[in-house]
Ligand binder design. Structure first.
Ligand code: PGA
Length: 248
């Protein structure tokens, strides 16, 4: 039985005061066991968030990591260091990293390997652009983004996040039928590697998830949770989405 994951990607937003304020507002409700809440703050706030969350059933992850264990790589952060700090998850392949920092499949494959070796759970993001969807290439693009890691995850635990690039931060949200179609397709690709992998892998949807559309997306059979950007910065919106999951 897969658990439900509610993940918040704070991107490059926040401050120490924001972290404390966010937790005060989010902590007003008790977290239920069947839903895991995970926050991905910017690197400088990881340590304080981990410390503040230790008794709150909120897990913490990093937004990126290096593809190497250690070495002369100025400015990079090793997945081993993240694990050492108390991170559980790491986001890899977010479309902002692919588009703005030109991260390619090969590099992401190395990052994923290194993160798994370090004992982190990668949240591997894939998604098609608007043009690719219009040209009927969505399935092909997703397949190539996923294929580059398939041989690495046969017996691993990862989370897959389907984030159509055209829905991220735009307010445009994929329709429930579009999301279910893609998620079922992705689970089918995982099943070709192994039925157990398809069964255990949580597939999240991300892209303009808000309190008013969460119910229709998160109740779909192949959707195991959400990766949320903008709405995760507003603790009361994030709580409302959390409550929606509890009511499904
Ligand atoms: P959004 O971002 O919810 O603001 O669209 C999602 C993401 O970038 O993971």
């Amino acid at each position: 039985m897969r658990s439900t994951l509610l993940m918040g990607n704070w991107k490059m937003f926040g401050s120490l005061a924001f972290v404390e304020n966010w937790l005060q507002n989010f902590s007003i409700k008790k977290i239920q066991d069947q839903t895991e809440v995970v926050i991905f703050p910017p690197f400088p706030y990881l340590a304080s968030l981990i410390k503040l969350c230790h008794d709150k059933k909120i897990t913490v992850g990093a937004q990126n990591c290096a593809s190497k264990k250690e070495g002369a790589y100025t400015g990079e952060v090793s997945p081993y260091m993240l694990k050492d700090l108390g991170c559980h998850y790491v986001l890899l392949g977010h479309s902002e990293r692919r588009q703005l920092y030109h991260e390619k499949n090969n590099e992401l494959r190395e990052k994923l390997s290194c993160a798994l070796e370090a004992g982190l759970v990668p949240v591997f993001c894939i998604g098609e652009t608007e043009l690719e969807r219009e040209q009927g290439q969505a399935f092909e693009v997703l397949k190539s983004q996923l294929s580059c890691i398939l041989d690495k995850i046969h017996s691993a635990t990862i989370v897959l996040a389907y984030e159509p690039v055209w829905a991220i931060g735009t307010g445009k949200v994929a329709s429930p039928s579009q999301v279910q179609e893609i998620h079922a397709y992705l689970r089918g690709l995982l099943a070709q590697v192994s039925p157990a992998l398809a069964e255990r892998t949580c597939i999240l949807y991300g892209g303009s998830v808000k309190p008013d559309n969460a119910q229709s997306l998160l109740s779909l059979p192949d959707v195991d949770g959400a990766l949320i950007g903008g709405a995760s910065l507003r603790p009361l919106d994030f709580l409302a989405i959390y409550d929606t999951i509890g009511a499904i």
